[in-house]
Design a protein. Structure first.
Length: 251
């Protein structure tokens, strides 16, 4: 039984066995009890995950054809396949769980925001992304690629860029390099007035990232607050803690 590739789902299947093992080895550096794989596709990584002892595995796959293929090829997945989009899936486990996946490039940022929705239960993410997305998630203040996703993610997770995955490891080869990151919950999240205020502020600040912060976020603060020299900077110069502290001063 074979399956076809669906461009609409952003599918690029990993076929390099050494790379599959390297990704699973990164996963095994920390204890794993409950594990969710997003987008198993043809099961390149899944077959190694099924070999892990003492791990309760579930996989999330939207594609009917892949679900049929996985059921036939890996009978051990019976009852473990969540057949829908990860963006529509309720929390897959009670209690803490780890997430792993070769994330479809066309929804990779939305998947990160899904992880943030589940952040109280996610204890680790090993994720493969288009390299520039992976680098952006890990970017530090002052960097040209530090932006909304960097700040919103790093407020709750430490992001570590692990390694590159060249196009030749996939079928079909994507036109870009890929990269694998690890996300771990931060021990002490920075205090903020609310997550909603934080999101609103960060998005407004980077929406006009070339302007001084004062001009980008003018509608969110009183004129008196905007006199603070901090607002002379551009969004990319502010740390996560700076943004979080500013939420307490918003209108």
């Amino acid at each position: 039984m074979q399956y076809t590739l669906k461009k609409s789902l952003g599918q690029h299947f990993l076929h390099d066995e050494n790379m599959c093992r390297k990704i699973v080895a990164a996963l095994q550096e920390r204890p794993v009890r409950q594990l969710v794989e997003v987008g198993p596709g043809g099961g390149a990584i899944t077959k190694y995950l099924l070999q892990l002892s003492g791990v309760d595995l579930k996989v999330i796959e939207i594609d009917d054809e892949k679900v049929a293929y996985l059921r036939k090829t890996y009978p051990a997945l019976d009852g473990r396949i969540i057949h829908q989009s990860v963006l529509d899936t309720p929390v897959p486990f009670d209690g803490p769980f780890t997430l792993i996946g070769n994330f479809p490039y066309n929804i990779s940022t939305e998947i990160v925001f899904r992880v943030l929705d589940w952040k109280d239960q996610v204890e680790c993410v090993i994720g493969m992304f288009q390299k520039e997305v992976a680098q952006r998630l890990a970017a530090k203040p002052g960097s040209k690629i530090y932006g909304v996703t960097s700040v919103l993610t790093q407020a709750f997770f430490e992001v570590q860029y692990l390694f590159d995955v060249p196009p030749g490891c996939f079928n079909p080869p994507p036109k870009v390099m890929s990269g694998v990151i690890r996300m771990l919950p931060v021990q002490q999240p920075v205090p903020m007035r609310s997550e909603k205020d934080f999101r609103v502020l960060v998005k407004a600040a980077f929406n006009q990232r070339r302007k001084q912060l004062r001009n980008a976020v003018r509608s969110l603060f009183t004129e008196a607050e905007l006199q603070d020299p901090l607002f002379n900077q551009r969004a990319e110069q502010l740390s996560i803690a700076d943004f979080a502290a500013l939420t307490f001063r918003m209108k």
